[in-house]
Write a protein that binds this ligand. Sequence first.
Ligand code: SF4
Length: 365
Amino acid sequence: MAGVYLSYPFCAQKCTYCNFASDVLPQALTPRYLAAMAQEITAHQWQWTPDTIFLGGGTPSLIDPVALAEVLKHIPGLPWREATMEAAPGSFTADAIRGWRKAGINRASLGVQSFIPLEITRTGRKHSAEIVAADVAALRAEGIESFNIDLIAGLAGQTFDSFKQSLDWIEKLEAPHVSVYMLEVDEDSRLGLEILQGGTRYGAGGVPPTDAIAEFYEFAVERLAQMGIPQYEISNFAKPGFESLHNLKYWHLDPYIGFGADAHSLDQGRRWQNVESVAMYLDRMEHGKSPEAESTAAVPGEERFFVGLRLSEGVEPTPAEWQQFKEPFQRFLKAGLLEKSGSRLRLTSQGVLLSNEVFEEFVNV
Ligand code: SF4
């Protein structure tokens, strides 16, 4: 089956660790942006009916639910099997959730990152653990039982003990799905740039060392499994039946179409990406031009390993693939980064920590 991604790159604040193409943009632009996105959706020639929708960003929970429904109604397939709203804790009310439900949303993903006040403050986010607990209760009261909580291992000021406390909250809230990301340090985020420049803003001096971050992550893998939330992908953990159907499409190379600024798509052997900035996207759409910026042919043979090895189930190479990728397979098996599980190949726990190294090799064979 196929999916639809809607990009809403507007945020109430720019989080210090964030390296996405999102920004604090004037809310006055929202009606224009939603109109442009509706126009892009209606112009699309559907080759299939999607069964999953993902509204990401950015902070799409800031969109007025009535205006949201006006956009979603142009997408075929309602009611979708899974339709996820990415939401900032504390940014929505019970009324808004009712509006989401009417628009077809049946899952939420909460950008929590941490339950510890000092760590939350340093990310620039505004919530508290109590606000997250109230949000979860409101989602459940309005019939949304399927939700994700995002956590980051490696936040400024985080210790092993404080990370454990965040995991205790996961247990307390009985979250059915959790994403755990290791902090990415690059010059695209304010915190990353500060670390690279040896500065101290945003608590940069208090970011745990890389080996401690790996230890937090490995602890999360173990602890979440004990809670009945096993890992199914490098960064994703779910109670059985609560895996993200939409995100699984990315790892299974199923088709999806993205709408909005910086949205990516994969369909009929082609990958493409819309222009990155909202200003450019509006300019293109309002002048009747295509928002597409880049397009490349998909290379399923290589991508199958690049994305499929992210999954805990791994990939089952065909005889031809065993032959084609013989050299890297053997090298990684020998180094203990890959392991065989029946006829499948999967990353070992060491391989997960060095996954980028493994993936790069597959792209460059
Ligand atoms: S982390 Fe999410 S909410 Fe924060 S700035 Fe980035 S996209 Fe916006």
